[in-house]
Design a protein around this ligand. Structure first.
Ligand SMILES: [Fe+2]
Length: 271
């Protein structure tokens, strides 16, 4: 933003708004991640919360893509347990939603599947022992892979998580982990075959049900709250959150089309 004259909100990821930016004034971007989850180091966008409207906006420009990325797992060793868990589950959510999205992108499909495996193998280790450099390094890879994969689309996990985070200031990845089981249940009719295949690759017995149980166990192992209610989220602003979720750019990638009715039911189940 240093060389721009327009407000940052003019560069929201809508149509060709990015062409409003003066590209010649965008400085080179060197990304040095200190968490393993978001994957912004391989992205062309940033998410900013407007502190007046409490709405999260995606700010996009092709030159936001870092020209240099330094992924050094030693920089994540000091991450507290709760942030390790939450950011790691964000990477898992990126891989899961990209893998489940109905859009055609076979390369992202493969990257998402391997990303799921890396999180399954290494997030519990990184959580248990923050100094486990192999686990930290594999989680950095999983985070970058998740963000590459979600070019294929995100879904209801993120569409629900964004308004919750904007209004209640909850941790993004942790919120994703909380809402994940309810979204899996809702999407089951559309994703069951796909999740059966993922479960087989991940070495999880029992197809969709086995995968669902694995997610529940992983959440418990990482100390993730069971419901949004435990994070201070109430039902009093649910209609507002439903409207925001339906407007969210992630909503379009959900395998089941989001409606007012099914999105409200989803929020109720999560809270
Ligand atoms: Fe995310």
């Amino acid at each position: 933003m240093a060389g721009q004259t327009r407000p940052v909100w003019d560069f929201e990821d809508i149509g060709d708004w990015w062409t409003r930016a003066d590209a010649s004034k965008i400085a080179p971007n060197v990304a040095v991640p200190t968490t393993a989850g978001t994957g912004s180091e391989v992205g062309r966008a940033g998410v900013l919360t407007n502190s007046e409207t409490h709405v999260k906006k995606i700010i996009f420009h092709p030159q936001v893509l870092p020209s240099v990325v330094i992924c050094d797992p030693e920089l994540t060793v000091g991450m507290p347990k709760a942030i390790t868990a939450g950011t790691g589950m964000d990477a898992f959510a990126h891989c899961l939603e990209a893998y489940s999205s109905p859009f055609y992108h076979p390369m992202s499909q493969g990257i998402a599947l391997e990303g799921l495996r890396l999180v399954k193998e290494y997030l519990p280790r990184a959580y248990q022992n923050g100094s486990d450099l192999e686990a930290r390094a594999q989680m950095m890879s999983a985070a970058a892979m998740g963000a590459v994969a979600f070019q294929k689309g995100l879904g209801a996990i993120h569409a629900v998580s964004h308004p919750v985070g904007a209004i209640y200031n909850t941790h993004h990845g942790t919120t994703n982990a909380v809402v994940m089981p309810a979204v899996l249940k809702m999407n089951r009719p559309e994703i069951e075959d796909r999740i059966n295949a993922a479960a087989a690759y991940l070495g999880i017995a029992g197809g969709f049900d086995g995968f669902f149980d694995f997610v529940m166990d992983l959440r418990a192992e990482l100390g993730i709250p069971e419901r949004l209610g435990e994070m201070g989220v109430g039902t009093d602003r649910i209609d507002e959150m439903v409207a925001m979720a339906l407007e969210d750019p992630s909503a379009g990638g959900n395998p089941v089309k989001l409606t007012v009715a099914n999105t409200k039911a989803l929020f109720e189940a999560c809270i």
